[in-house]
Design a protein around this ligand. Structure first.
Ligand code: ST9
Length: 106
């Protein structure tokens, strides 16, 4: 039987691979909120809690990323991995639900 933590890791890696292999532009356009959610969970899972200092005024994107990551506090690696996978399932389902019928049945 597969250990639960190994299972988490496998699912997480599979989700990461999917995201890495998505085209930059496609029928689906993730919102900034969605991207930050994936980003923050990815960082938490891979690097652990955010301990770097907050980027300055001239790096607003860096600040948004830092804020999203640090908001996760001391969430465990395992929880972050599981939340990343759940988020991907949720978004994938939303994409399926909003897909035009002719594409869905093609
Ligand atoms: C389309 C096809 O329309 C149909 C859609 C099907 C939908 C399926 C549903 C799946 C969910 C989709 C959700 C997308 C959300 C996107 C999230 C993006 C964050 N996860 O190595 P670098 C960090 S598809 C999170 O330079 P790469 C990394 O730590 C149309 N974060 O960049 C670094 O942080 P820092 C839409 C990750 O390797 C920063 O990102 N297509 C991940 O060149 C940059 O890393 C898309 O949305 C990760 N897996 O690019 C494309 N890996 O700055 C989504 C690394 O702190 N993919 N990071 O060091 C991408 O944008 C890129 O592959 C990438 C990595 C940004 C994730």
């Amino acid at each position: 039987m597969v250990e639960p933590d190994v299972d988490h890791q496998r699912r997480f890696q599979a989700a990461v691979d999917v995201i890495h292999n998505l085209p930059k532009n496609g029928c689906y356009r993730p919102s900034y909120e969605v991207m930050l959610r994936f980003y923050s969970l990815y960082k938490q899972a891979v690097c652990g809690p955010c301990t770097s200092s907050r980027p300055g005024f001239w790096d607003p994107v860096g600040r948004y990323k830092w804020d999203a990551w640090s908001r996760l506090g001391d969430m465990s690696t395992e929880s972050a991995m599981a939340a990343y996978v759940d988020e991907m399932k949720k978004v994938a389902q939303e994409v399926i639900d909003t897909m035009p019928m002719d594409e869905k049945t093609a």
